[in-house]
Unconditional design. Structure first.
Length: 101
């Protein structure tokens, strides 16, 4: 019996995955606004997250420099770096959005 070899194509290499950018779009109208986070990676994989409780997008953007270059698969490491900027108030919205994305 002849053994067939198959090429395994990988769409991403999780070991070398890095966050390269974070952008925010605010959707909604008439007083109801929801900032949506979009995380970009070096392998063209993107993630989306909602800033909790409609908190200001500026709180989430303050965390951008903390996560650039991080591997998005290492959720615990990222959370340890940004959790100090969270909490139960509006500041926590950015942390939640990044964790979801």
């Amino acid at each position: 019996m002849k053994k067939e070899s198959k090429k395994n194509f990988k769409l991403s290499n999780p070991t070398n995955l890095k966050i390269t950018d974070m952008r925010i779009a605010v959707i909604g109208e008439k007083g109801w606004r929801w900032p949506i986070i979009k995380l970009y990676t070096n392998q063209d994989i993107v993630g989306y997250g909602e800033v909790r409780d409609g908190a200001s997008a500026k709180y989430a953007l303050m965390l951008k420099n903390k996560i650039l270059g991080e591997n998005p698969c290492d959720i615990d490491r990222i959370f340890q770096k940004i959790k100090q900027f969270g909490g139960h108030g509006r500041l926590g919205g950015g942390v939640c959005g990044i964790e979801i994305a």
